[in-house]
Design a protein around this ligand. Structure first.
Ligand SMILES: [Zn+2]
Length: 215
């Protein structure tokens, strides 16, 4: 389902719960950035949305992965010849090791590093948020007060920590790191968009009150 979240920001929200796939987001600003393109065999969902926006794959300047799980990153292979690709170095090394070296493509064109990331005339902040995986990141867009949270937090939930490289303690520290940011739109890897400062704050309250004790 394609939704316009705000000016220059679209979500391809995955609502088929019989299959594991992530939400994909398109930043259509000074550059076009596709965040977490999803599973390869489910990419038609994103492609249809891009068609509706009259955006071709070749128009995408950068594909950014919040982390390296296949339900987030696999379809990046479709854009490897026309778009740049990035994830954190820690995550790339983790995925290569996890797959016994079978992970080949796409190779990152550069690695995400914690701190400011300028793409075109837009400024973002990369925030290291390990816990779900060792090299997971969140991407914050201060001008729009948007947080792309990957699989760190969801509506009324948090990312799994029982997969290889996961850590509940680190996940909790990562949530504490981002929960006081000024966020108007919380765009997570699974589930619905949370819009509005108060609903976002309420979501973090729920996570703190109900999830922190089990992490
Ligand atoms: Zn994941």
């Amino acid at each position: 389902m394609l939704i316009k979240i705000s000016e220059g920001l679209y979500g391809f929200i995955w609502d088929d719960y019989s299959q594991n796939n992530c939400n994909t987001y398109l930043v259509d600003s000074s550059k076009k950035i596709l965040i977490d393109p999803g599973h390869a065999h489910l990419f038609a969902n994103v492609r249809q949305g891009l068609d509706a926006l009259r955006v071709s794959l070749a128009d995408i300047d950068l594909v950014l992965a919040t982390h390296g799980h296949p339900d987030h990153v696999e379809a990046a292979a479709f854009l490897k010849d026309t778009s740049r690709f990035t994830m954190s170095r820690t995550e790339y090394d983790y995925i290569v090791e996890l797959t016994g070296g079978r992970y080949r493509e796409p190779e990152p064109d550069f690695f995400l590093q914690e701190g400011g990331l300028d793409i075109g005339s837009d400024c973002f902040d990369v925030i290291d948020t390990p816990g779900h995986t060792p090299g997971s990141v969140c991407l914050y867009w201060p001008a729009k007060k948007v947080l792309f949270s990957g699989d760190l937090v969801f509506p009324q939930g948090v990312g799994r920590t029982d997969l290889p490289g996961g850590s509940g303690e680190r996940l909790k520290e990562s949530i504490v790191k981002i929960m006081d940011l000024d966020i108007e739109f919380l765009l997570s890897g699974h589930g619905n968009v949370i819009a509005g400062k108060e609903p976002v704050r309420e979501n973090f309250r729920i996570i703190r009150d109900y999830w922190f004790r089990s992490l």
